[in-house]
Design a protein around this ligand. Structure first.
Ligand code: ATP
Length: 239
C-alpha cells in the first residue's frame, strides 16, 4: 500500500515541481499516473522511491511513514521495487547477471530459487538466461527490468513508462506481464504511462496530474467514459 499526503518536492530550492499531491494505492491495485509532459509524474515516483526527498508532506509505504528514507534503504527495508524510465538494465551484463544484481542482498540459494520462479512467470528470461542483455528486444528488456526489480519479492512496485518506445503488440505483452505479476504475486503497482488508453484498460484507477497537482482521479472505467477526460487526455478516443 502507498499513501502520499500533501507532498511538496522539487529539484532546486526555488521551484516546487510537486505542489501538494495526495494519493493512495491500495494493496494489489494497479494505479496509473497520467498527464502532460513535465507535469511531475516521474518526479512523484522518484519521491515515493526516495530518490528525491520531499520538502513537506508524508510518504507512507505499507502503513509505515517513510518520508525521509533514502532510496537505497527503502528498496532494502520497505519491500519496494522501482523500475526507472531509462537505464533500467545493465546492457553489458547477461540476463542472469542482471537478475543477480536485483538479488544482491539475497543468499545464493534464495537468489537461484527466485530466478527459477521468475523464469516460470516469464519464460523468455529462461530461454535467454545466458544471453547479453544488449541482445534483447525492447519488450524483452522491459520484462528483464521488471524481473530484476521483482527479485527480492517486493510488495510494492513503481514503474516509470514501462511501454516507452514499444510497438502496440509488444506494449500489450509488457502490460500483460505487469498484470500477471499483480495477479500471481499480489504486488501493488503504481505506474507512469504515456499510452493513456492502453494503460487505463489494464489499471484499476488513475490519477491525472496537471502542473504538479492532482487534476482528476477515479476508477479507470469512470475516467474512460468521461467526455472531458477523453477530449483532453485520450485524444478523443472511445473507451
Ligand atoms: N533532475 C532534474 N533536475 C531539475 N529539474 C528536473 C529534473 N528532472 C525533472 N525536472 C523538471 O521537473 C519537471 C517535471 O518533470 P517530470 O520528469 O517529473 O515530468 P513528467 O510528467 O514525468 O514528464 P514526461 O511525461 O515528459 O516524462 C519538468 O519541468 C522537468 O524539467
Amino acid at each position: 500500500m502507498i499513501e502520499i499526503d500533501n507532498v511538496v518536492a522539487g529539484y532546486t530550492p526555488e521551484v516546487d515541481i510537486l505542489k501538494g499531491i495526495s494519493l493512495k494505492v491500495e494493496r494489489t491495485e494497479i494505479v496509473t499516473l497520467l498527464g502532460p509532459n513535465g507535469c511531475g509524474k516521474s518526479t512523484l515516483l522518484k519521491t515515493i522511491a526516495g530518490q528525491l526527498l520531499p520538502r513537506s508532506g508524508h510518504v507512507k509505504v505499507n502503513d509505515q511513514d517513510r518520508t525521509q528514507m533514502p532510496i537505497f534503504r527503502k528498496i532494502r527495508q520497505c519491500s519496494l521495487g522501482f523500475v526507472p524510465q531509462t537505464e533500467n538494465i545493465f546492457s553489458n551484463l547477461t540476463v542472469r547477471e542482471n537478475l543477480q544484481v536485483g538479488g544482491h542482498y539475497m543468499s545464493t540459494p534464495d537468489c537461484n530459487r527466485r530466478m527459477e520462479e521468475l523464469h516460470a512467470l516469464y519464460p523468455v528470461l529462461g530461454r535467454k538466461f545466458n544471453a547479453a542483455a544488449s541482445s534483447l528486444s525492447g519488450g524483452e528488456r522491459q520484462i528483464l527490468a521488471l524481473a530484476r526489480a521483482l527479485m527480492p519479492s517486493p510488495e510494492v512496485l513503481l514503474l516509470d513508462e514501462p511501454s516507452a518506445g514499444l510497438s502496440p503488440k509488444v506494449l500489450q505483452e509488457v502490460f500483460d506481464a505487469i498484470v500477471q505479476v499483480r495477479d500471481k504475486e499480489k504486488v501493488t503497482i503504481l505506474m507512469v504511462e504515456q499510452n493513456a488508453m492502453e494503460a487505463m484498460r489494464m489499471s484499476d484507477r488513475a490519477y491525472i496530474l496537471s502542473m504538479g497537482t492532482v487534476a482528476l482521479t477515479g476508477t479507470t472505467q469512470q475516467l474512460m467514459h468521461d467526455p472531458q477526460v477523453r477530449e483532453l487526455y485520450l485524444g478523443g478516443r472511445k473507451a
